[in-house]
Write a protein of this length. Structure first.
Lengths: 144, 498
């Protein structure tokens, strides 16, 4: 069990809030679309803070400008991977940004075991730290 | 503008024999006043606020500033004739009275003087060299009673000789994996006296509770109560524990400021060996030291935080010194990733429009002229990375709607007292801030009018978040409403008369 204040992985923009409803997600999608950003849906069962490349549930939806259509994609991803972490990322292609501008979790496993900290004591009092995701002790696809 | 205080009848002396006869000439006569000069794209332009000494006309005063910040000395020297001196002379080309100064106002007459400098006057990639001219001897020059550097237009050609921010906003966010909201930080308090072990406790609690960063204060280096290695070791234990507890990338700005360059590099290397993602320096270490650390940071994948310790000694008073927007420009060139740039609503100096000018200077790829925010020149940033502004000093969760409205997403909001002083502890304080922030971003994105509905949005979130409720109960009504000392002087038209 995780011991932080909300006992869950707190990556993303809105992890400290109650889980977003579909209506709330739609409003966030509208915000991104209005800004001209493209939406990507990604999932993983390895929530390590430095696991950058979650699997893409298809390419970013550059040409889908309808929030209802995007929400259908999100729900289809949830149906396929009900116990995975799923995040919605918005990509801004403007010069000087060309990077994600939003990222929030819309699905997560019922139980989040969290992470351990592996300490390797080295010279003097220095320690090399490794954050270890308990879930990844099991193979991909069998973790939650 | 044929006003005695404005102009003198002195003309540039063009006859070589007369011009270079031994003796003393007016600066206008020497050629430092060129009202017809059209600045080149490659010129560096400085805008000074000048207060002339009694009896010195404004254009002569501007010419004197141009002269003393470039080639002139107090008397004529024949050795000028061995050089392309016309090129190297800085050219004062425009003088405007500052609105709301002079007879009938509280302030003695001041002028805005525009001075153009040829690019060849400056060594590539050296803030130290540029500033030795622009804010060198000239600030002690007797012909001006007071002098303030208000703004600069840096030519693209010169910007391209600077590395710029080691990391930049975009890459910092990618490394942290944090997008679409301001980052949250806190400065460890008390700033002096904690042992390394106790200090790390504050860091751990704040990060685990929901902050992204904790920060050393500017004057915590290596003192009898806590030597730097102890602080670094305990802070990194705290950072890594908090990262494991939350699944997020976390950081602590380890202040590597020290008495010598060698010692700063040694501390930075130790921070790197411990896996820190960010280090910190103070503005007081000087321009060359800052540039050196920025090069080191780029080479070592380190985010470089700058605390602006000392700036108010020369940036706060309106008639003398320099405007903070110029520091912002120089620090973007020098290569820092973070700089404290005001909060608007907190305990430190900051007029909303002035702060917007600072933030735009740090974060935009291109800024148009904007007199109301104090930007006198259009500035192309030539793809130099963006600097993340840091808002710190007397801010709390109850102001979240104002902070988000004024400062936007690309900013680190630092709640030191507002985290550590929470009645239920540091973790609760951090959680309150993070919940307030996320609730406000969510509401803004939904299209709600957070400026007016902000307090209600916070109260609604406090219904299910006790730490936020407690924070609002303690600090909800705390404000710092003082008159700003540094505001824009502009009239709706660019050249104003008094």
């Amino acid at each position: 069990m995780m011991t932080n204040s909300n006992q869950r992985v707190t990556q993303g923009q809105f992890s400290f809030l109650p889980d977003l409803t579909d209506t709330q997600i739609t409003a966030q999608l509208e915000y991104a679309l209005k800004k001209g950003w493209a939406i990507g849906i990604e999932y993983t069962d390895d929530p390590h803070p430095r696991n950058t490349y979650w699997e893409m549930f298809g390419n970013p939806l550059f040409d889908l400008r309808d929030p209802a259509g995007i929400l259908m994609e999100i729900n289809s991803c949830r149906k396929t991977f009900p116990s995975h972490y799923i995040r919605v990322t918005a990509f801004d292609a403007t010069r000087g940004v060309e990077s994600p501008t939003m990222s929030y979790i819309v699905n997560r496993p019922a139980k989040e075991p969290g992470f351990g900290l592996v300490r390797q004591e080295v010279d003097n009092r220095s320690i090399r730290y490794t954050v270890h995701s308990y879930a990844t002790d099991k193979p991909e696809g069998e973790r939650y | 503008m044929s006003n005695d205080a404005m102009t003198s009848d002195d003309k540039q002396i063009t006859d070589g024999k007369k011009r270079y006869a031994s003796g003393v000439l007016k600066y206008k006569q020497m050629g430092y006043w060129q009202p017809d000069y059209v600045p080149k794209d490659t010129d560096l332009i400085a805008l000074f606020r000048i207060t002339p000494q009694e009896g010195v006309p404004a254009d002569e005063c501007a010419a004197a500033v141009a002269g003393e910040s470039s080639t002139a000395t107090w008397t004529v020297v024949w050795t000028d004739r061995l050089t392309a001196c016309e090129l190297y002379r800085a050219k004062a080309y425009r003088v405007d009275p500052v609105p709301n100064t002079g007879p009938g106002t509280k302030t003695e007459q001041q002028y805005f003087a525009y001075i153009a400098y040829d690019l060849d006057l400056f060594e590539p990639g050296s803030i130290a060299n540029m500033t030795a001219s622009i804010i060198g001897n000239v600030f002690g020059f007797k012909a001006v009673k007071a002098l303030r550097l208000e703004d600069m237009r840096i030519p693209v050609a010169y910007l391209k000789t600077f590395q710029g921010p080691a990391t930049g906003i975009v890459v910092e966010r990618e490394r942290l994996d944090k997008f679409g909201r301001p980052l949250l930080g806190a400065t460890t308090k008390p700033k002096l006296g904690l042992s390394g072990r106790n200090y790390g406790r504050v860091v751990y609690e704040a990060l685990k509770g929901g902050l992204d960063f904790v920060k050393d204060d500017e004057n915590i280096n290596s003192q009898p109560f806590m030597h730097w290695r102890d602080r670094f070791l305990y802070c990194m234990e705290a950072v890594n524990r908090a990262s494991a507890a939350t699944g997020e990338v976390k950081g602590h700005y380890l202040n590597v400021t020290a008495g010598t360059m060698d010692e700063m590099i040694a501390r930075a290397e130790f921070a790197k060996s411990l896996g820190s993602i960010i280090i910190m320096i103070d503005l007081v270490i000087g321009y060359t030291a800052i540039q050196t650390m920025a090069v080191w940071a780029r080479k070592n994948d380190m985010i470089l935080h700058l605390h602006r310790a000392g700036n108010s000694t020369y940036s706060r008073q309106k008639n003398h010194g320099m405007n903070f927007r110029v520091i912002c420009k120089w620090m973007r060139m020098a290569g820092v990733d973070h700089i404290h740039a005001g909060t608007v609503v907190g305990k430190l100096e900051g007029d909303p429009l002035m702060i917007k000018g600072f933030y735009d200077t740090l974060r935009e790829t291109h800024t148009p002229q904007s007199l109301e925010t104090g930007l006198f020149f259009e500035q192309d940033w030539a793809s130099l990375n963006k600097v993340m502004p840091v808002a710190s000093g007397g801010i709390h969760a109850g102001q979240m709607h104002q902070l988000l409205t004024y400062l936007g997403d690309d900013v680190v909001l630092q709640f030191g007292g507002g985290t550590i002083g929470h009645p239920q502890g540091i973790q609760a304080g951090a959680t309150a801030n993070r919940v307030a922030l996320e609730a406000m971003v969510l509401a803004r994105n939904e299209g709600r009018d957070i400026w007016n509905e902000g307090p209600q949005i916070l109260r609604d979130a406090a219904k299910w978040c006790t730490p936020l409720k407690q924070a609002l109960d303690v600090w909800g009504d705390v404000t710092f409403n003082y008159e700003s000392t540094d505001t824009a002087d502009y009239a709706p038209t660019a050249t104003a008369s008094v």
